[in-house]
Write a protein that binds this ligand. Structure first.
Ligand code: DGJ
Length: 545
């Protein structure tokens, strides 16, 4: 009798725990359309990720990782991106070891940071080096991609059913573990599924399984999705399809023609389907936002010379159709043409998040301001963040973005935020033409990225950038570095004058004014200026005369 009472009590406690976990999971971090922006919502409030990604091996040893928290704090990060390594998570099939994940999350909590996990599963940078040994050693069960010559690659084919099954189960186990251990605290915000997927050194896999799929009809689901896109279909894809007569059925060669571009479309679909199965299995356990990241292609290179079929612009439509459980496609930006790439990855249904970007001292802050201001980015994350010096300018930029973040998020939603930085092309040529902002307001702002009081030879306009918030019809906030702003009335009736410029800071969301900037600091009322190398917030009030 007593025993059965104990059983009932245990069952009750267990049910209560499950119910509580469910209640917490129901409010898991998620993406939501808020006015003009898609934002990440955490604990019911929008959240701006001022992040950095750890080097690949740092998270594989908790003692090593623990030695870096102080540096991450000094850089004012609020979020850290770190891999979860399949080889360490499931060293033996079906036996999971969550110590690395738990150690990472515990460290983040101690340091008041959030985490974005990167699932290094079947693929990491077009290779399969992170799969467990029991997968690596069993090519019969987990077949490899092959070159046209038949040579096997250190890259698993996405057509291997057992590979997908094993990857999916491991990912689902990870997400189930997160639900149990983190649904209440919500330290983990999002998960990247695999890492920089792509086929290299050929545009497509030539294993027997891949060849069979390539000769089979193009799946109806893809054709329907492409057809539904109509005019919105990306041009190269639309062109390939139309040249072949916009066919609604046929083999990959029939529908898109025989070319490396077709090979890339084919692989994008099957990589995308694979990812969909992994992501949806994880999502069913714990529904965090999920994304994939892209290794970008150098201009003029053919698919296979770069990782073919990753989530790149020419196959965005294919990825979106293949993997609906993936919330967005994200660029790893290591090329200088940051503004162009950020624009490409910021489109309807695809909020901008930059999981990785290169280490360019002083240009990195300008990119952060630009992405958040011009494209409503939900986050920004330089790679190998633990290697940044504690006093790197990125830390100053993050401090400023952090104090401004409630206001930034509000203005992203309202559509009253701008981002500025000089344009740099792929070859590194800088166009620092002043940028004109109006947005339909009474005043037009012209932002110069050449600092008027810095000698010509010391100018570095590629490092200057910032964001601007329209606080009221006659009031703007400018934050960043190396910016000089002049003002005009938009309707041409009269002139714009500066009533006042004030520098200051936001403490707990409240504006705390500092110096009134006049005289030499605003060129006797002619402009607002944040000198190069300084990171400041200034508010300006305007009037008409
Ligand atoms: C891009 C990858 O996604 C990262 O994991 C890392 O390998 C960097 N390249 C550069 O080292």
């Amino acid at each position: 009798m007593r025993r059965s009472f104990r059983n009932v009590a245990t069952l009750f406690v267990w049910l209560l725990m499950v119910a509580l976990t469910d209640a917490h999971a129901a409010d898991a971090p998620h993406l939501a359309q808020r006015g003009a922006a898609v934002q990440l919502v955490v604990d019911g409030k929008p959240f701006l990720m001022l992040a950095g990604e750890l080097g690949n091996s740092t998270g594989s040893d908790i003692a090593t990782l623990d030695s870096h928290w102080e540096r991450l704090r000094a850089l004012n990060l609020n979020t850290v991106l770190s891999p979860v390594y399949w080889e360490l998570l499931e060293p033996q099939e079906g036996r999971f070891d969550f110590r690395h994940v738990d150690g990472l999350i515990a460290g983040a909590r101690r340091n008041n940071m959030k985490v974005v996990l990167l699932w290094f599963g079947a693929w990491k940078n077009s290779q399969s080096s992170y799969v467990p040994a029991w997968v690596k050693r069993d090519s019969a069960r987990f077949p490899r991609a092959r070159r046209a010559t038949g040579e096997p690659l250190e890259l698993l084919t996405p057509f291997g059913a057992a590979t997908l099954d094993a990857d999916r189960k491991a990912f689902a186990a990870l997400m189930a573990h997160l639900r149990l251990t983190d649904a209440r605290d919500r330290t983990v915000l999002m998960v990247q599924v695999e890492n920089e997927i792509g086929m290299i050194p050929e545009a497509r896999d030539h294993s027997d399984l891949a060849n069979t799929a390539f000769d089979a009809p193009v799946p109806e689901a893809l054709l329907q999705a492409l057809f539904a896109r109509g005019d919105k279909l990306a041009l190269p894809l639309r062109h390939l399809w139309q040249v072949q007569g916009a066919r609604r059925s046929g083999s990959w060669r029939d529908v898109f023609g025989a070319s490396a571009a077709t090979d890339e479309i084919f692989m994008a679909w099957y990589f995308g389907r694979y990812v969909e199965h992994v992501a949806s299995a994880g999502h069913a356990e714990y529904p965090l936002p999920m994304f994939v990241n892209a290794a970008l292609a150098r201009p003029g290179r053919a698919p296979g010379e770069y990782p073919s079929a990753g989530p790149l612009a020419q196959v965005f439509d294919v990825w979106k159709a293949a993997a609906p459980s993936i919330d967005f496609l994200a660029p790893d930006i290591y090329f200088p043409n940051f503004t162009e790439i950020a624009r490409t990855y910021s489109f309807t249904d695809n909020p901008l998040f930059i999981p990785e970007t290169g280490r360019q001292p002083l240009a990195t802050p300008a990119n952060a301001f630009y992405a958040i201001g011009a494209h409503g980015a939900i986050g920004f994350s330089p790679f190998a963040i633990e290697d940044y010096a504690a006093d790197d300018p990125l830390g100053k930029a993050y401090a400023l973005l952090d104090e401004l973040s409630p206001l930034i998020l509000q203005h992203q939603a309202a559509g009253s935020i701008y981002g500025v930085r000089s344009l740099v092309d792929y070859g590194g040529a800088v166009d620092a033409t002043p940028q004109v902002l109006n947005g339909g307001g009474a005043y037009t702002l012209t932002v110069a990225l050449i600092d008027p009081f810095t000698p010509q030879e010391a100018q570095k306009p590629e490092q200057h950038g910032g964001l601007i918030l329209k606080l009221a019809e006659d009031e703007y906030l400018v934050a960043g570095t190396g910016l000089t702003v002049t003002f005009a009335v938009s309707d041409g009736r009269g002139k714009a004058g500066i009533e006042s410029v004030t520098e200051g800071a936001y403490r707990n969301g409240v504006w705390v004014p500092g110096r009134r900037l006049n005289g030499d600091e605003n060129h006797q009322g002619r402009h607002l200026r944040i000198p190069a190398g300084m990171f400041q917030i200034q508010r300006v009030k305007l009037y008409r005369y």
